[in-house]
Design a protein around this ligand. Structure first.
Ligand SMILES: *Cc1c(COP(=O)(O)O)cnc(C)c1O
Length: 342
């Protein structure tokens, strides 16, 4: 077994025996024929939770984001996103390749957009302009340090989008963390977004699986593209059962990850050699800066003490908390961080 304390990502969690047991119990069928009852029930359940008409289970958050972009745009359109956004940074340029759209980045705050930043961005009136179609939001923001939108902020963006006749896509890879931190109810996301992508493979701990949520019509369209892109899966109820187990049993535990992130952040805050903005620390993602050394150096020092983190810039490090990290691990991490610079 791995003796490292692995804080590189909340995607590294492995299925627990209980989750594997839930997978073993799943009633499955061929989902390309629409005959997997576990997937069908799970899609309906999650769609209903968010007040959406339908859901589509897909292999990854990248696929659900890209399907969202695909069903809301035509080639030559433009989508708006914060420059820290996952769709822009970490999806291999897929929006330009798969949907033929141009991605226009905006300089928001901690990965978040607001109506002030979005003002006057819509274009498409003249033949020579791209048509701006979608505002892409991310909640919580990954590169923004796990920061979340408040309900008020979401509703302000929705009012702007309605006025400008723009669609809203929500990248909710960590929407479960966001809901834990802010108490924004799932149906609010259904009201403010036209398409939502949610992941079960981040903090919730499923081995695989994301879902696109939208209207029946858009999900029918997305289903065709999922097949085209090679994401039509057969007895995939096995994976949906794991995702359903994760949702039922692990969502409640995310608050613990948030607490542990704060405890570690406090040591960083108290250190002369490291820096963190405590106000930005809302969820399980802890972004912090090094003061006198490079991020690589500090990461190498931590690795010698069996702690893994990843660089998020020349002087920025990301630590992500998840259910395999115990309070004992947290004590070890705090001790190691307090010793940085000594
Ligand atoms: C992880 C993540 C995704 C999806 O990633 P996959 O690895 O494709 O499942 C999308 N958006 C954000 C913000 C993420 O952190």
């Amino acid at each position: 077994m791995n003796s490292m304390i692995d804080l590189r990502s909340d995607t590294i969690t492995r299925p627990t025996p209980e989750m594997l047991d839930a997978m073993m119990q799943a009633k499955v069928g061929d989902d390309v024929f629409g005959e997997d009852e576990t997937v069908n029930a799970f899609q309906e359940k999650v769609a209903h939770m968010f007040g959406m008409e339908a859901g589509l289970f897909v292999p990854s958050g990248t696929m659900s984001n890209q399907l969202g972009v695909k069903v809301l745009t035509e080639p030559g359109d433009e989508i708006l996103i914060d420059e820290k956004g996952h769709i822009f940074n970490y999806e291999t340029g897929a929006a330009s390749s798969l949907s033929g759209v141009q991605v226009r980045t905006l300089h928001g705050k901690d990965g978040k957009l607001n109506p002030g930043i979005l003002e006057h961005t819509k274009r498409g009136h003249f033949d020579w302009e791209p048509r701006t179609k979608v505002i892409c939001l991310e909640n919580s923001t990954n590169k923004g340090g796990g920061v979340c939108y408040s309900e008020e902020e979401l509703r302000a963006i929705k009012a702007f989008a309605d006025r400008e006749e723009l669609y809203v896509h929500m990248d909710g890879a960590r929407i479960w963390n966001a809901m834990t931190a802010t108490d924004v109810k799932p149906e609010v996301f259904g009201e403010i977004a036209d398409t939502i992508s949610v992941c079960f493979s981040k903090g919730l701990g499923a081995p695989v699986g994301s879902m696109l949520l939208s209207s029946k019509e858009r999900i029918a369209k997305a289903r065709r593209f999922r097949k085209m892109w090679g994401g039509g899966m057969r007895q995939v109820g096995l994976l949906a059962a794991a995702a359903d187990y994760a949702l039922e049993n692990n969502w409640d535990k995310l608050g613990e990850d948030h607490r542990r992130a704060k405890e570690v952040a406090q040591v960083i805050f108290d250190s002369k050699f490291l820096a963190v903005d405590m106000n930005k620390l809302q969820t399980n993602i802890l972004l912090f800066d090094t003061v006198n050394e490079t991020a690589e150096n500090v990461i190498a020092k931590l690795a010698k003490k069996d702690i893994q983190m990843i660089p998020f810039g020349p002087n920025t490090i990301r630590a992500t908390f998840h259910f395999e990290i115990t309070d004992e691990d947290v004590e070890q991490v705090k001790k190691a961080l307090a010793e940085i610079g000594e």
